[in-house]
Design a protein around this ligand. Sequence first.
Ligand SMILES: Nc1ncnc2c1ncn2[C@@H]1O[C@H](COP(=O)(O)OP(=O)(O)OP(=O)(O)O)[C@@H](O)[C@H]1O
Length: 584
Amino acid sequence: MDLNQTRTTAEPFSTSDTAMLEALVPGFGFISRFLMSYLNFDITAYFQLMIAFTIFGATFRYVFYFIWERFSDFFVSSAEIRLDDEIFSYLMYWVSRQPQMRRTNRFVAGVKANGYISDSDSDDEDGDEIEDETSWDTGDSATATDESFDTYWAKVVSRDKYKTLQFTPAQGSHYFWYKNRPMMLTRSKEDGATRYVLNNERLYLSCLGRDPSILKSLLCEAQQAYVERDGNMTVIYRGGRYSPGSSYYWIRCMARVPRPLSTVILDQSQKDDFVDDIKEYLHPRTRRWYSNRGIPYRRGYLLYGPPGTGKTSLCFAAAGLLGLKLYLLDLNSSSLDEESLLSLFADLPRRCIVLLEDVDSAGIAKTRGANQTGVTASDTSSDEDEAGADAKVVTEEPKKGGVTLSGLLNVIDGVAATEGRILVMTTNHADKLDPALLRPGRVDMTVTFGFTSEADIKEMFTSIYVTMEGDLARNQIMSAITNGLPPSVTAKVPGMMDGKVEMKGKVDEKDQFQARHEALRSSISGLAAEFAAVVPAGKFTAAEIQGYLLNHKETPRTAIEGAAEWVEASLEKKRAREENENSS
Ligand SMILES: Nc1ncnc2c1ncn2[C@@H]1O[C@H](COP(=O)(O)OP(=O)(O)OP(=O)(O)O)[C@@H](O)[C@H]1O
């Protein structure tokens, strides 16, 4: 066949057409020449057909989407879930646990449950810890030697190298069955998403039919699954950002075992007053009472005292006792501005505790100029102070970055401030705080923490050395009940000889534990008195005493013997620090 002739007769395009095609479809000339020379196939002869197919395809696609959209409007129910809402985490958590979803061939792999909660939130971690501990404990306590620890530790270390992989569906649509109904989950990134992966993601959950109740029931189930994994743990959120430059959210950071209030060493009446006041505030009649009188339903507390005296511990214990979530916010962050603060407070649930730690160091205390006077919460009820303070708010110069005092005051009790939350602020220097921050309505109760009294020291000692039921695996309770106490101590405890428990007949293990526990506790109280006689009252914080005792946590006798030396060294250090501070 004459190639030149074929080309001239079959070529329906002029040179300029071919040039245009080359511009539209890069490589067109090369492909067409290649097909012609090797396969003797003239692509240009079919070009019109191809264009017709393309137009048909595009039209079909458009029509298909048009019909699908109309169909969806009438026959599909759909729920949109946004990233900045907690329900996003509920659904991701639920989805990541669905066997059908685990089989999807397009997924996001990660070591976090869904990428929206922090590492420490890994819900399985605590469980693993307990499992490991139990498997270590189940050996005979007498043989719980270095060797068994080494085995346990090798297991923990090797497991920690491998974080559990979690899989969530990738962007696009995924289909699954829920309660015998076909469902579709679409994960998409909306316009405006930045290079940060997490920005602006949405989930769409759809089902056939105009009745959305199946979607609501799935979302409720997801919420239940998410909430149930916390059990009675105290859930802690912190105000933070998913990425630099993005907005502030409350990010769930962990769920911790609640701290019993009894483990916080503080005057019992102070503890009772604090907790009773919160309980009274949370009572539904109080809410009615506030609203009937037009008083904003808010309550604020100031926990004031030297570092390490138990302010945070009390707040955490109260949250655990009342089953409230704890929201932590660091006012020192320079990226936190007033708008973020407002939106964070607006996002708070109705009942929760917001903890602002060390408000004195947040910079807001120093923005009010030099005319500050030493003020405590009790001073603040004076109208004069209040008026003066509020007047100062108006003249305050806005700070560059960070939160200003007026910004904080607005959030706490401005017109747009949220109602129902409990605000707890802690400080080491109440005198540095502006009176406006401390006035009633913002701070309604002050709890003062101080150095340990003699009774506190005894209580700390007892709480460290007494064996608690939860400390040990069940089969270790009896043998380890002596808790390292030397025979000289345990021999004096009824029913206990040379550190061993006398078993008289078959007695319920738990009752025996209780009886021995009581006996041992009274014997430890003797040691506690000895310790308290050496450690002077009013000189040390609970954290300091706890720190010392933890160095001898198995050997109370050694702790008592070394106490005098520790007291002297610690007091000397304190004196030197004070002198340093005074001279500088
Ligand atoms: N009153 C207390 N009762 C029991 N434990 C305490 C007490 N005070 C401090 N501790 C222990 O000391 C450590 C620090 O306590 P915590 O964080 O509550 O002190 P803080 O007063 O909030 O300190 P800071 O002002 O530095 O934040 C914790 O491990 C806690 O268990």
